[in-house]
Each structure stands twice: as C-alpha cells, then as structure tokens.
Write a protein that binds this ligand. Sequence first.
Ligand code: SG7
Ligand code: ZN
Length: 265
Amino acid sequence: GGSHWTYEGSYGQAHWPEKYPDCGRQAQSPLDIQTDLVRYDPSLPPVEPEGYRNPGSGSLTLTNNGHTVQLSLPEDLRLHGLPSIYSAAQLHFHWGSSKDRAGGSEHRVDGLAFPAELHVVHFNSEKYANLSVAKHQPDGLAVLGIFLEVDSVENPAYNHILDHLDRITYAEQEVAVAPFSVRELLPAHLGHYYRYNGSLTTPPCYQSVLWTVFRQPARISAAQLEKLQKSLYSTKDGKTPSELLVGNFRVPQFLNQRVVFSSFP
Ligand code: SG7
Ligand code: ZN
C-alpha cells in the first residue's frame, strides 16, 4: 500500500510528524479527557442520527485496510444537532491486544482507557461535496467516538461486522455486508457527550474534526472483543512474517489552548 506508517517501531507514532507535519500541531486527537477541566455547555443538544436504522438496500463494504477494519456508509445517513449537517462516510475501530489487557481506546477519561473505541466518520455535507474535499477543511469532518466496554452478554448488532472478519483476514481484503441498523452500534443515550475540536488520529492528522465522544459506552461480550483482537492481520496475504492487527490506537495528545465541553453537568 501507499501509506507508510505504523503504531509502533521505526515508523511509529513518535515519527509521524516527520512525514506528516500536521501530526505535530497543537490541536491533535485523541485526548485524555480530564473531567475536572471540562466546561458544561447547556446549549449543546442531543446528537440526532437520521437514517441509521435503515441504511439503504445496497450492500456495505467491509475492508481490512491494514490499520483498522472499516465499514463504508451511505451518504444518506445524516447527523443533526451539530453546527452543520454531516453525512456519514465510514466507521472503524481501534483496539488493544488480548495479551496486554490495559487499553485499546484512543480517548480516555480521567486516565482510564476502554478496551476499544468505535469511530463513525462524517463530512460536512452542507459545505463540501465529499470526504476527500472535506478532510482538508477546518470545519470539514465530524467523528462520533464510542467507547466499547465488556459486558456479560453478546451485543448482536456488532455481529453484523464481527461475523465477517474471517473473510478479510489480510490487509486490502474486502467483503460485502448486508445493510443493518447502524444505530444499534451506538449507546442508547446520545444526549451526554464531550465535544472538542481536534484531528484525525492517524496520519495525515488533519485538524479538521469536530469530535463528539459519548459518555455512555456501548457494550460487547468478551468473546466479541476477542474476535476483534484475533481475526485480522496488518500484513497482506502471503507476506511473511504476518503481523496481527492489534494496538491500533494513538496515545493521548496535549490539550494546549483547547477546551473540552460537555453536554451534561
Ligand atoms: C483509519 O482512521 C481509517 C481512515 C481514517 C483514519 O485509519 O478509517 O479512513 C480512511 C478512509 O482511510 O481517516 C479520513 C479518515 O477517515 C482517521 O480517522 S479517525 O480520526 O476517525 N481515527
Ligand atoms: Zn478512528
């Protein structure tokens, strides 16, 4: 592939700014959200997804891109309740390894990481034609961040993704997935969230993202988390040695001059 970055090692996150200068700027993501520094903004309305329960009749494409597993989403899934209307582009995950039990999420709250995090990427469709154009603009993207925590029961919504991982074991493989309610991947309560201006958490780290990180996590079973941690390789089919795709999270970035707002007191 064209991208030449990793999470660890010689091309790891400490080196991203050398090839991708925006990764060294002052409004980067993710953050460790320190709740005693968060400012309550009572004017922040609930996030309202439109069309997420019924994402069309065409199939969705699930891809192992070597950095994550990503599901394409139709543009007629829209987010309301943000400063602009944003259309969905894709969702993907960040997670840890099954050996190293600590961490996996990108955002943290008061130093606490979750085992994984779901990102639903949207672009500002009131102002821009598509994701490729919007990602360069300061008001171009909106990403929903959803913490995943382990529960005693399986979350059937996540099987619409997890059941297909065995068909995209290697980087650059993709598979068609039948449409399902993407709303069910999100937590029940969309009224309580953290909001701040930040960046893509991978190179090229453009500072174009309005982040919404929900306070309430979504829940999956230990077996479902293990499926995410053990099914995918970051290397292409036939390449040796193969490398398990784990630990694909960036460490927290400095807050600098920014303020994190909350929609709840
Ligand atoms: C993942 O995270 C991919 C990227 C994504 C990046 O590596 O899902 O998506 C594509 C299309 O390559 O970058 C522009 C974009 O969505 C960063 O997204 S994130 O900040 O939400 N983690
Ligand atoms: Zn992400």
